[in-house]
Write a protein that binds this ligand. Structure first.
Ligand code: URA
Ligand code: ZN
Length: 380
């Protein structure tokens, strides 16, 4: 049995801002699909498999010949059961969860299906939150493939939902990434409505960078999840910064998944490359004084604390400017226990213990710890 870490008894409330669900109607869509993202049953597995990532496609294909090769991850009741979410929160002494649709959200839907799906999913999340007032809030999903007027209308409508605290967004935007000028009205509408963006990766890096042994399944999910995901976030935010999005929408506020990918570590290098590019500096100064990436990180960016290591957490505090800007998360229901014992998923999760342990090591168990765990945000 893996070593578990009890949360030190926090005086203030503990809030989990990185925790996902797929409402049942979303699972139905995945079950109907033949290309990723999809849900597929295998005779050799008790739970259906949830296959989401491009990096999982080679194994999905080999599973046609050899069904002992199971692609993706088991789609357990943790993904869509609210009772299970509450049980998980109680087991880990989590008072408040801000739930969000997991990747890849509505990115793959045809234009005419996106807005009705977003309405249905956001209303499911609203109803879930209403059954546990004060314990549940949510980040809404946006219908990014819908016509622009529907997308803007959806922002107006989620802004009036009482438990909505922001939106979850991937890095694809309208198809050309988050530095696309066509997104500026969307970012402006979100900022005006006081809805922060929880930025979460999904697409990672091209499979080819991980090599054939990774594609054959030899390294499991390590390279796409541990490296592809954080690099995707890093690149998306760097592109937004270089395009001047943060200056164009100064009220925009973002929470970056996985402690900002590698931004806390690489912000200095990004800055150095900018100042050594005269043309770029000139363009970035056009509106007046150029703000550095550090300044933007410390004023418009919050980071989650889902990095599982003391060094990463310390870098995240340093980059975001204060432990108040770092927010505890679990990434539930991803990273469940893998011991294989029946019912193990109903107990404490090693992934949570590992992360809490890292927070304690980086912050101590006093006021900074409480701040990261949610103390400052108990007024959700
Ligand atoms: N965590 C997530 O949020 N999504 C994944 O696909 C894998 C891990
Ligand atoms: Zn996540």
């Amino acid at each position: 049995m893996a070593e578990q870490q009890q949360l030190p008894k926090a005086k203030a409330k503990v809030a989990d801002i990185h925790t996902h669900m797929y409402p049942p109607e979303y699972v139905k869509v995945l079950e109907s699909r033949n290309t990723i993202p999809l849900v597929r049953k295998f005779p050799t597995a008790s739970d259906p498999r949830l296959v989401l990532l491009e990096a999982e496609v080679p194994l999905l294909e080999s599973a046609q010949q050899d069904p002992s090769l199971l692609p993706g991850r088991p789609l357990t009741k943790h993904f869509s059961s609210l009772d299970q979410k509450i049980h998980f929160m109680d087991t880990h002494s989590i008072d408040i969860s801000v739930i969000s649709l997991a990747n890849p959200w509505l990115d793959f839907l045809p234009s005419d299906q996106a807005a009705p799906s977003a309405t249905s999913i956001n209303s499911s999340f609203s109803s879930m939150c209403a059954t546990h007032p004060g314990r549940l809030y949510f980040f809404a999903a946006l219908p990014l493939t819908a016509p622009p007027s529907d997308l803007l209308a959806s922002i107006t409508s989620i802004a009036s939902l009482p438990y909505c605290r922001g939106v979850i967004l991937g890095t694809s935007g309208l198809g050309s990434g988050l530095d696309d000028p066509a997104l500026l009205p969307i970012f402006t509408a979100l900022a005006e409505a006081n809805l922060p963006i929880f930025l979460h990766p999904h697409y990672g890096l091209p499979n080819s960078v991980f090599g054939p042994r990774s594609a054959a399944g030899e390294y499991g999910h390590v390279l796409p999840l541990a490296l592809g995901f954080p690099m995707e976030t890093t690149i998306a935010v760097a592109r937004m910064f270089l395009a001047g999005v943060f200056d164009a929408v100064p009220k925009l506020s973002m929470i970056l998944a996985h402690s900002g990918g590698t931004l806390p570590f690489l912000a200095g290098r990004i800055e150095s490359c900018i100042v050594h590019d005269g043309a770029l500096v000139k363009r970035m100064k056009e509106g007046g004084k150029r703000r550095s990436l550090w300044e933007v990180l410390r004023s418009q960016v919050y980071l989650d604390a889902v990095i599982y290591g003391e060094v990463g957490l310390k870098a995240a505090v340093e980059a975001s400017g204060s432990s108040d800007r770092l927010m505890f998360g679990t990434d539930h229901p991803f990273f469940p226990p893998v011991g294989g014992e029946k019912g193990e998923e109903d107990g404490e999760w090693e992934s949570v213990g590992l992360n809490v342990k890292a927070v304690v090591k980086a912050m101590g168990d006093g006021v900074e710890y409480e701040g990261v765990m949610g103390g400052m945000r108990s007024g959700f």
